[in-house]
Design a binder for this molecule. Sequence first.
Ligand code: NDP
Ligand code: 2IT
Length: 445
Amino acid sequence: MQDVVEKVYEQVVARNRGEVEFHQAVHEVLESLGPVIAKHPHYAEGALLERIVEPERQIMFRVPWVDDAGQVHVNRGFRIEFNSALGPYKGGLRFHPSVNAGIIKFLGFEQIFKNALTAQGIGGGKGGSDFDPHGRSDAEVMRFCQSFMTELARHIGPSTDVPAGDIGVGGREIGYMFGQYKRLRNSYDAGVLTGKGLAWGGSLVRTEATGYGTVLFAQSMLATKGESLEGKKVLVSGAGNVAIYAIEKAQQLGATPITFSDSSGYVVDEAGVDLELLKQVKEVERGRVADYVERRPGARLVTSGSVWDVPGDVALPCATQNELDGDAAATLLRGGCGVVSEGANMPSTPEAVEAFQKAGILFGPGKAANAGGVATSALEMEQNAGRTRWDFATAEAKLTGIMADIHDSCVAAAEEYGRPGDYVLGANAAGFTRVADVMIAHGIV
Ligand code: NDP
Ligand code: 2IT
């Protein structure tokens, strides 16, 4: 790392003690910026780097709620409004017991550059809670969401900050939160949240967008080598929103996804994943991956090791951060994997990324490869603002175009800074320069 960026990194570590995921995300971006700053030193002037690593605003609040047995629980809520240079803060809400300030900060930081890559005029933010929705009744989830929104409502708005879903937050939770927001504000601000139901301002393709986009990104990377996904064996981790629609798009493009996972283990289905059954188990029944295996002859459940022990051509990590480490990367490479496209945020550890890059395989980092979700959220905002609704084909064509543009921006930036084929450098450099140019135009704010 260059001296000038090294100093900024050291300050981040000192100021945000113990927030290791945030340190990791900042390190990766700053490391990529060496060649950018060498070529354009003005990006290191006016404390631009020091400003970009500091959130504009961090909100932390108490979320008290009552369970079905009458017991009172207290969770912690977060919203980190990281950067509004390009538009209103935009980013999801995560409900998972592992959530803390450092996790939300890393996600918010990634979101700045991801959102810049989409070119949709959206700033970066993220939020959530350490609430665990697993095993909670609908009524409990509703009471939690209402309590969470009672505080969050005063900080958000269609031109201010627009949350959406992430781990543990899907259509059900967005519905409960929108209902409470509308009631508190006495205003039908459809554009205040995205990922809404289709009957009340949601956009077609938003549900599918992240997973579809991740696979489209893999397809674009393969096209640079004259290849395609046709006939390839695909390994997917996770069994939530991103994983399910990554499997769907991979199947549409002629590939064969053979795995998925949740926190109870992973499933190998060599015949190819039965997507209808997976949707029934996960989306309808909110069940575990074992429920799939019980109903699917030939599929097996594995509860030791990781999904990356299975040999395949393409890996799509779609569960959570740091789920694919250096050892897993080595195993994947030995198994013949030649493409990794990240559906999750920061799923590969720095050691894994290094192994993929050393091996020269196609590696698409999350902030580029999973940007289709937030890009389609911006399309939802656009439809809400125009009080209009596009059909599926129109929305999907826009998503496809945006993913192709993101891919091409990464390729162009990697070439400009002397590392052709390095999508990590490409995504960080292209995202950073778009935000930095506007921050400079806005003055010291
Ligand atoms: P979901 O809640 O729908 O699904 C998450 C899946 O990952 C579940 O199968 C869950 O299993 C598994 N998982 C989560 N945490 C862990 C963990 N600590 N260990 C093992 N398995 C885990 O979330 P999404 O599909 O929406 O999100 C998945 C990833 O994609 C996240 O990194 C998210 O930030 C990222 N992302 C999501 C976008 C979106 O539009 N939804 C957009 C861009 C990125 P279990 O149920 O057992 O916990
Ligand atoms: O990580 C992400 O990009 C998301 N969870 C989606 C954010 C959004 O606002 O749609």
